[in-house]
Write a protein that binds this ligand. Sequence first.
Ligand code: NDP
Ligand code: OXD
Length: 306
Amino acid sequence: MRITVCCTDTKIQRWLDGLRAALPEADVQEWRPGAAPADHAVVWAPPQQFLDEQQGLRALFNIGAGVDALMKLRLPPDALVVRLDDAGMSVQMAEFACHAVIRHFRELDGYERDVAQGKWTFRKPRSRADFPVGVLGLGVLGRRVAQALAAFEFPVRGWSRSAHAVAGVECFAGSGQFDDFLAGTRVLVNLLPLTPETENILDRRTLGRLRPGGYVINVARGAHLVDADLIALLDSGHLAGAALDVFRTEPLPAEHPFWRHPKIVVTPHTSARTLRDESIAQIAGKIRALERGEPVAGVVDRKKGY
Ligand code: NDP
Ligand code: OXD
């Protein structure tokens, strides 16, 4: 069995070593133009030339949860596209989202500013009932985030394409229930995949429907958010702030207003990192399952785009 590895912006040697150790029966090689056809590929943002040359692949394993970049390319028609299915990401995302929500709810940013000025001050405790959190996307990551927030006793609601039932979470589905979901949400956490349907979904209309004093946490993709609309709603006072981990252009360009906006907290696309060992173990397990003719989880539906 041949496995080709083509991961841009990645320290590839450790992936090669890890995959060789996990799959000693396989011939694992870094892809070079003109390489022999492989059975499976492990990829992150491969060039189109890679896909054009490797038309016989049985499966492409993406070393991230989001496949939006991959879905823009011409893929081998019969290859399964398999994304990372948690692999240690959901707990990181839950930590990150809970931290962002709690930092805002408990006004820890305000305390940090006070303490920096040597002030020993208190703020009036706020009620969780006034801070309902809405999670966009109830997939592998969104569901974990929603459950983690519910454990802190926030009122939590979630929105997805198809109907879900999640303990402790009020669930909404489809475009028909979007406005009801938004109307009862004050803190919005975005965990949707980026698809033609969800691009620009965080625009003036959507964000304007959040409760006054809304807060936006975007941990999915930068192209979900219309940057100028967010800034307008922050400046008008309708939104209280935003925590942004993902951007249309990454790294975020030095001149972008998000860097300096007083109501925006920027982090460098770090809310849930790909963990190499966990990911290699998951991919190796799935390659073996496919070789035995068994189904695997995390297969992307090409029509839906996620
Ligand atoms: P999943 O595919 O497991 O979940 C996607 C969820 O979004 C599902 O609940 C799905 O609904 C819902 N959804 C998709 N399209 C629509 C739509 N048009 N309308 C309503 N709901 C929709 O993805 P993950 O949870 O694993 O990951 C989510 C995203 O998080 C990734 O695509 C990636 O972009 C981002 N991410 C960001 C990271 C970071 O470090 N910032 C790290 C990892 C991921 P349904 O359940 O009905 O199918
Ligand atoms: C992912 C990411 O999609 O890191 O996995 O953004």
